[in-house]
Ligand binder design. Structure first.
Ligand code: NDP
Length: 305
């Protein structure tokens, strides 16, 4: 029997609908949460990401503003903008779209964001709170994974969760959030021995590797919940043929466009073996922006009491 598809768009819509109610209640008290996005340079992908986030704010009635800075901006200039946003009463969340240009001291800039306004959850203060089991503002993609599980009524407590990937933005915070939900957590990485066997012990398998369709059926315990964070652009026809062998529609689209987005888990094998799984695209991805909205409203509540 094919696994249940965990549809990120539908879950995102439910989160945003819930948030709408909270925004309306805050509006009655004269509070309109606000997000400021700082975009340095002209990276096309970053512009799209920021555009999506600002558009989501507009849709649900949050105040939002994009501050565009030239690619040549110095660390000092970006720090000055950050200080201004830290001080502004109408800005609850500050989003520094990464990556910053190579000449900018990214660590210094991230450290300068007031932790109460750090809606990405990257400030060491928020990382520390997460590690201490008292998350205030948790990173958006990992927080989205927990929402997918909870809203799909997939139990976490007491389950074996295996996270493949240990990055600071996905793998590690995902492991800490699962631990906070009382899962028994294993974190894997490029030096893990017999990765497939470790993954097969997972009731909940999180893939955050960045390698197209790397986790095949021998990594998946039959019936497991599989959350695929990977977003990999595939242009090699041999890879596309292998991944989409049983998906004529996707293969056809690949042939027309010359590219496809593939997760870290083999989509066919997830469908056949998992009990529930997130597709790519349309699984974990849509949750990231929704959780940014959640964090902005949370930051407004926390900061304004
Ligand atoms: P990183 O490159 O920072 O981390 C990848 C991790 O995977 C590392 O810990 C690495 O191990 C591990 N890894 C690499 N190769 C292997 C292997 N062969 N076996 C086991 N582990 C391996 O990636 P990110 O965490 O930033 O992103 C992961 C994926 O998620 C990417 O595809 C990215 O595009 C996507 N992503 C999606 C988001 C969304 O909104 N849906 C948001 C953010 C990312 P080691 O530490 O030992 O090097």
């Amino acid at each position: 029997m094919a696994g249940r598809i965990l549809k990120g768009n539908a879950i995102r819509d439910r989160i945003l609908a819930d948030l709408g109610g909270e925004i309306a209640r805050l509006a009655e008290q004269g509070v309109r949460p606000g997000l400021a996005a700082v975009l340095v340079g002209n990276d096309p992908a970053s512009r799209i990401y920021v555009g999506n986030k600002i558009e989501a704010c507009r849709r649900i009635g949050l105040f939002s503003q994009t501050i565009r800075l030239p690619a040549e901006s110095t660390t000092e200039e970006i720090l000055a903008v950050t200080a201004e946003l830290n001080a502004r009463g109408d800005v609850d969340g500050i989003l520094l779209q990464l990556p910053l240009p190579a000449h900018v001291d990214e660590d210094r800039v991230l450290l300068a964001v007031r932790p109460e306004k750090d809606v990405d959850g990257f400030h060491p203060m928020n990382v520390g709170k997460l590690a201490g089991g008292r998350p205030a503002l948790a990173p958006c993609t990992p927080a989205g994974l927990i929402e997918i599980l909870k809203r799909s009524e997939i139990p976490i407590a007491g389950k074996n969760a295996v996270v493949v990937g240990r990055s600071n933005i996905v793998g590690k915070p995902a492991a800490l959030l699962l631990l906070a939900e009382n899962a028994t957590v294993t974190v894997c990485h490029s030096r893990t021995k017999d990765l497939a066997a470790v993954c097969r012990a997972a009731d909940i398998l999180v893939a955050a590797v960045g390698r197209p369709a790397m986790l095949t059926r021998e990594f998946i315990r039959p019936g497991a919940a599989v959350l695929d964070v990977g977003i990999n652009r595939v242009t090699d026809p041999a890879v596309a043929e292998a991944v989409f062998a049983n998906s004529p529609r996707r293969l056809e689209r690949f042939r027309q466009t010359g590219a496809a987005v593939v997760g870290d888990v083999h989509p066919e094998h997830a469908r056949e073996t998992a009990g529930a799984y997130t597709p790519v695209p349309g699984g974990v991805g849509p949750l990231t922006v929704a959780m940014l909205m959640v964090n902005t409203v949370k930051a407004a509540r926390l900061r304004r009491g």
